[in-house]
Every structure is written in structure tokens, then in C-alpha cells.
Design a protein around this ligand. Structure first.
Ligand code: MD3
Ligand code: FE
Length: 213
């Protein structure tokens, strides 16, 4: 008998141990997510962080949740306040949290309770060079990433910067869960190609849900 409930869902695409793409997983919620991004950015506008090395990042960022990802001359850290506006980050909207918890669960991470959501905005040409996400306290917690708007080529590598990388296209509504042994893989985004997305115009947005502390 055909068992529709065994094995992986047809829209799930394993990348490596602990890493899974859930294609179009956030498609239905995308409109709600974008409305919330607009509210968050109205109070805490996107801006370009300066890295500890003095470089202006091409990706513009804001955050929501108890903690936001920040940079200063000493390095990277999660903070309660937005250094630009001076006030705290807005609460994580319920629809953000629900989506992140649902996606983590679909990938087998049952106790994900994010306290930070970094919102990246890419304009044409914006990129993210290969890096590891290791500023979070408990690396056993996964990261859930949600892509919206223009498509981007995502690079994922190994555990050293020099290791070979694979390329995947991430499109509107795609969700990726990174945990277990893949949590510390190097990854990045190639320069965004110009285009117009019906819901996001000239931009790509990426939400990353994290347990910072
Ligand atoms: C692999 N963001 O914000 S999401 C980041 O599309 C970041 O904006 C990218 O890398 C973006 O730090 C990529 C996919 C992703 C997120 C976290 C990961 C891949 C990951 C953590 C570990 C390994
Ligand atoms: Fe990252």
C-alpha cells in the first residue's frame, strides 16, 4: 500500500547530516512575514553593520526577539538594544516563532525555542562571504533560515574555510534547518542578481532564528 506518511516529505531536501531544505515551507505565511518585517523596520530600520575589521557589510540588517546580532570593534555579540535606534529589539511576532518551531520540528529538533531573529536584507550585489555562526551559547540548538523575495545562490562548505563548497538556489518561501553536525559548517551567499519579485520588489530577505543564550 502506498504510505503517504512514511519517509521524507517530497519538499524536503537533505543537504548534509543535520541540514535540511524545506522547499516552499513558508510560502503560505510569506505575506504575513513581510508585513511583520515592515513593522519591525519602521521602528528599528535596516542598517549596514561595520565589521570588527572596519568593513561595511553589503547586507543591511535588523532584528527582533529578546536579543539582536550586533557588531563593534571588539567583535560580534547578541545584545538587547539596537545600537542605532537606542531602543530594545521588538518582540518576535507569533507567526515568526510558530514557523521556526514548526520547521525545526520537521527536521527533528523538538525543543527549539529561539530568542533572536536576525533579518538580513539583500539589494542587488549584496553578498555574505563564507563564515561560521558560532556566537550562540548552545551550539546544540539549530538555526532556522527563511528566504523571501529574490532568489540567491547559497554556498555551503565544510568545517574549514578552504573546504570545497556546494551551491544551492534559495527561493521565496524556502526554509533551511541547520543543526547537529552541520551547525558549524561554513556558508555564504553569492552577490544577489538584480530582479523584481512580485512581493518584495528589488530585495531578498532572510530570517535566521537562533537561540543566542
Ligand atoms: C549553515 N545568512 O545570517 S541563511 C547568517 O541567506 C547567514 O542571509 C544567510 O548566513 C542568508 O548568518 C544564509 C542559511 C544558513 C544560516 C545559518 C547557518 C546556513 C547555515 C548556520 C550554520 C550552517
Ligand atoms: Fe550565517
Amino acid at each position: 500500500m502506498l504510505d503517504l506518511f512514511s519517509g521524507e516529505a517530497p519538499w524536503s531536501e537533505p543537504l548534509a547530516e543535520g541540514a535540511l531544505i524545506l522547499r516552499r515551507f513558508a510560502l503560505v505565511q510569506a505575506g504575513d512575514l513581510l508585513k511583520e518585517i515592515e513593522h519591525i523596520a519602521a521602528r528599528n530600520p535596516f542598517y549596514h553593520r561595520i565589521t570588527p575589521g572596519g568593513h561595511r557589510m553589503s547586507v543591511a540588517m535588523t532584528n527582533c526577539g529578546d536579543f539582536g546580532w550586533s557588531t563593534d570593534s571588539r567583535g560580534y555579540q547578541y545584545r538587547r538594544e539596537d545600537q542605532q535606534s537606542g531602543h530594545r529589539w521588538p518582540a518576535m511576532p507569533a507567526c515568526f516563532r510558530a514557523l521556526a518551531v514548526q520547521a525545526a520540528g520537521a527536521a527533528g529538533f523538538r525543543e527549539f525555542n529561539p530568542d533572536a531573529c536576525l533579518i538580513n536584507r539583500y539589494a542587488p550585489g549584496a553578498k555574505l562571504t563564507l563564515h561560521q555562526d558560532k556566537d550562540e551559547k548552545d551550539l546544540r540548538q539549530p538555526i532556522v533560515s527563511v528566504s523571501l523575495g529574490l532568489p540567491a545562490v547559497f554556498l555551503f562548505g565544510g568545517f574549514e574555510r578552504e573546504a570545497a563548497t556546494q551551491r544551492r538556489l534559495l527561493e521565496h518561501g524556502d526554509v533551511v534547518v541547520w543543526g547537529g553536525p552541520s551547525r558549524l559548517r561554513f556558508h555564504g551567499i553569492l552577490p544577489l542578481k538584480a530582479g523584481i519579485h512580485p512581493q518584495c520588489g528589488a530585495f531578498r530577505y532572510n530570517l535566521t532564528f537562533r537561540r543566542a543564550f
